[in-house]
Design a protein around this ligand. Sequence first.
Ligand code: ZN
Ligand code: ZN
Length: 268
Amino acid sequence: MSITCDFHLHSNFSSDSDTPMEDMIQAAIKRGLKTICFTEHMDLDYPEECGSFQADIPAYKQEICRLQSVFQDIIDIRFGIELGMQPHLGPRCAALAHEYPFDFIVASQHLVGGQDPYYRDYWNGKEEQIVYREYFSELLTNLQSMKEFDTVAHLDYIVRYGPNQNQFYSYQSYADHIDPILKYIIDQGKCLEVNTAGLKYGLKHPNPEESVLKRYRELGGERITIGSDAHQPEHIAYDFAKAEAILKELGFQSYCIFHGRKPNIIPL
Ligand SMILES: [Zn+2]
Ligand SMILES: [Zn+2]
């Protein structure tokens, strides 16, 4: 495996993981990883009935610092955050980005119109295509509203939850919505994440799918980050060999990792 860095990981500082950070680190060491970045959830305005996704950042930072020194000769551990964006949260997310010395900031969108598409009820009476379009246009608005991010996570996350998932989805069918997002990422010098979590849900593709990655490359996009989005030890670096094969096939020659919000380019 030549990808030895996983830059999208959760631990029990995220409310949807039970795994102590140290267990994630031990699993990463066993998998032969050299550098990992925790990216705990921070969704500042999540619908109350769906739970809270707000990490206790001071406690999280303290535990990272402790474990960085415990494991300093074995693995590099970085301090990141996954910001759940919504159009009205731009200024609050930017303030948070300045408040803490994050190594890496992941911009994510988990909601559409303030609601969580993860729940089946959400889709009642809704047309999948319309929701997907709404998701993409909101994502562009979100990215434009808050420039303090390094990568865009799971760009087509919504297709994990649609009634037909990715059956009728491809770059081509949403090109008019996806192109402006990809161009914006490139113009701003940001990265696009290849998130392998979808593969473990049986979607057979990373997020975003190969057709989107291909288009990113065609438009001149070169900067990629790679993350498993693992919430449990066994999913660390999940299917990274497949991600690597896809990226090489599409002509990508490197990926980025971050330290103090600055990229390091690692050859593939
Ligand atoms: Zn996410
Ligand atoms: Zn995540």
